[in-house]
Design a binder for this molecule. Structure first.
Ligand code: FES
Length: 106
C-alpha cells in the first residue's frame, strides 16, 4: 500500500494510501480526487485523467504507449512529465512519490 503525495488543481497537497494493482486513475477517482473525471473509464481515449509525475518514478512509469503518447501530447497542458493516470498500475515501489493533477482538456 504505497503512499503517494497528490497535489490537486487548487494546490492542496494530500497523501493517497494507494492499493497496489489498481490503476493510479482508479485510486485518485475512487478516493475523492474530483479533479480526475476519467470520462472514458480508463481505456485511454479521453485524457481526463491527466497528471504530472513529480521527481523520479520507476522507469516503467515514464514509458508511454504509442496511443497514450498521441493522446497526452495533444492536450493543452502537456508537459514532458505528463501521463494518463489510467495507464499506470500502482506498485509498492511508488511509495513516497508525488503526482500533480493537470488541468483537463476536453
Ligand atoms: S480515463 Fe480516459 S484516458 Fe484515462
Amino acid at each position: 500500500m504505497p503512499n503517494i503525495q497528490v497535489t490537486d488543481l487548487a494546490g492542496n497537497v494530500t497523501t493517497l494510501n494507494a492499493t497496489t494493482g489498481n490503476t493510479l486513475m482508479e485510486e485518485l477517482r475512487d478516493n475523492g480526487y474530483s479533479d480526475i473525471e476519467a470520462i472514458c473509464g480508463g481505456v485511454c481515449s479521453c485524457s481526463t485523467c491527466h497528471v504530472y509525475l513529480e521527481g523520479t518514478w520507476p522507469a516503467e512509469c515514464n514509458a508511454r504507449s504509442e496511443d497514450e503518447n498521441q493522446l497526452v501530447t495533444s492536450t493543452d497542458y502537456y508537459k514532458p512529465n505528463s501521463r494518463l493516470s489510467c495507464q499506470i498500475t500502482v506498485s509498492d515501489d511508488m511509495d513516497g512519490l508525488a503526482v500533480t493533477i493537470a488541468k483537463q482538456t476536453y
